[in-house]
Design a protein around this ligand. Structure first.
Ligand code: NAD
Length: 290
């Protein structure tokens, strides 16, 4: 069993971006600028946004964090996005999800200028991704693809089972894995909360992407020998031994599943770190227009 090390691969992504930033600076060109909008004070969202901003600074990107009150109106949030759309210095716009109930997420995502849509959630970005055209790929699935590429994991002709069908992870990774690309070219089965015989389907999988948000859901009796397991889950579970009062758990029963795997991602230290690396790549591309 080999661990798919998100720290190592995301560091490699960041190192290559650092070099590119040094080249931009040397030629007096504009450097990437990410604007992140955080609405309210959800603990997990605070952590994710802080980490994104910190990583931007670490590699020489400019970043702006805009904090809005939990009670902000949809109109105010829309005005903020319109301003960022117009601001020529801002290359990428990120609205941290989830948003409070009074705000329609689809409306907000659709308002972001597709050229600045570094989260890849705009319908235009999604449409291009489905057609295999160059576009921004949502950060978590993009990070998974970068990881498969880094470890040269054979995907062609393999049966990939994706558990979860969200627009953020399950749906896009199922599309990316089935495209005629490398990595890609898998036969993909998408499972969700209404899937019957999930265990039998998982037992046929060469690659499993678990993205459902249920700690320890994928157990050893659900996987065959030598499977590749990508654990996307991030759930905070109470843990009195931690200063924070919680620990982070993935969707896979790592201890018992790992011995059967050829490759597996740990949680933490796997997909989460790749998500940030992929977001930085998207922001760089938004700046240089690639
Ligand atoms: P979501 O709640 O939007 O979607 C969950 C999906 O899982 C749904 O499609 C649902 O049908 C499916 N599901 C739920 N219970 C199921 C069951 N018993 N059997 C089969 N399918 C089931 O969640 P999401 O936004 O896709 O996130 C999933 C997990 O990934 C969460 O833990 C989230 O925190 C994590 N996440 C991690 C990263 C990262 O960077 N590592 C990024 C995004 C999300």
């Amino acid at each position: 069993m080999q661990l798919l090390d998100g720290k190592l691969v995301s560091q490699a992504v960041k190192n290559s971006l650092k070099e590119k930033i040094a080249q931009l600076k040397a030629t007096g060109s504009k450097t990437p600028h990410l604007a992140a909008i955080l609405v309210g004070s959800n603990g997990a969202s605070e952590t994710y946004v802080a980490s994104k901003v910190k990583n931007c600074e670490e590699i020489g990107f400019k970043s702006t964090l805009i904090r809005l009150d939990e009670a902000v109106s949809e109109k105010e949030l829309m005005d903020t996005i319109e301003q960022l759309n117009k601001d020529a210095d801002v290359d990428g716009i990120l609205v941290q999800l989830p948003l409070p109930k009074q705000i329609n997420e689809d409306k907000i995502i659709s308002l972001i200028n597709p050229k600045k849509d570094v989260d890849g959630f705009h319908p235009m970005s999604v449409g291009k991704m489905v057609q295999g055209l160059p576009t921004f790929i949502p950060a978590t699935p993009y990070g998974i693809m970068l990881m498969l590429e880094h470890y040269k994991i054979e995907t062609k002709g393999k049966h990939a089972v994706v558990i979860g069908r969200s627009n953020i992870v399950g749906r896009p990774i199922s599309i990316l894995l089935s495209r005629n690309t490398n990595p890609g070219n898998c036969t993909v089965t998408v499972c969700h909360s209404h899937t019957h015989n999930l265990k039998e389907i998982c037992l046929q999988a060469d690659i499993i992407v678990a993205a459902l948000g249920r700690p320890g859901f994928l157990t050893a009796d659900m996987v065959k020998e030598n499977v590749v397991v990508i654990d996307v889950g991030i759930t905070r579970v109470p843990d009195a031994s931690k200063k924070s009062g919680f620990s982070i758990k993935g969707d896979v029963d790592f201890e018992n599943v790992a011995p059967k795997c050829s490759y597996i991602t740990p949680v933490p230290g796997g997909v989460g770190l790749m998500t940030i690396g992929a977001l930085l790549m998207n922001t760089y591309n938004a700046c240089v227009g690639e």
